[in-house]
Design a protein around this ligand. Sequence first.
Ligand code: SF4
Length: 268
Amino acid sequence: MGEGLVVERPRKRLFVALLSLSLLVVGFMAYAVWQVSYLGLREISAYLPLILGVALAAVFLFTGLGIVGIVGAILGVPFLSVFQKRTYALINLLFPIAILLGKVFGFDRRKIERSFIAVSNQIIHQQHIKVPADRLLVVTPHCLQLASCPHKITRDPMANCKRCGGCDIGSLVSLAEEMGFHFFVVTGGTLARQTVKNIRPKAVLAIACERDLTSGIQDVYPLPAVGVMNIRPYGPCYNTHVDMALVRQEIENMLSDAPSGEKETTNG
Ligand code: SF4
């Protein structure tokens, strides 16, 4: 059986636990730095150790509140949304440490990434982001196209896909036509970034594997990006699929009724 055929429900708590642990590690390191530099700083001024200590404690507290915000988003506690504002900056900062700690405890990197995507999606859902259809960009990797399809769809999927039913690209093209969002097929991260630059969307829905979604979501920050994992019955990067019902549901959640040009709203 190919990987990704059975979609395992990702556990959000894994990522939150690793993130919290990362914060403790960073806190411990900051304390060690403070201890080592204490005498040297006191030589310069009696106030310097205190100033550095307060600054480090403030950063630690701010980061801790960010994690409280993430937990709040997962639990659906709206009053904690104020702490979620800088969530991705915090995640970007601690993510490499969380992956490293995950490895130490024997967690597969993919499992951690799946957990991150679930957490990230939950935060975006919690913010109730609404954008007009023409400010929503949906991107998918090239591997979603049937490998034997002769049509070049990376330039213009709307015009070049014949919607023969051979793969999910045809369904996405039809959905884009029905709902009015931008739809592009990209061959890699560089083209994905270029597409975001050209379209200048207010929100993104990306379909990809764990690795690409994780880096993509962090790359486009502060743009809100919902990730939908692809399904890989034949292994990675070959004739992949996507749950179209889930894609439709996520897009419907993000679309406002506002006509083109009107400002999108969030309450997060
Ligand atoms: S749906 Fe479009 S992309 Fe997929 S095989 Fe048919 S023509 Fe090719």
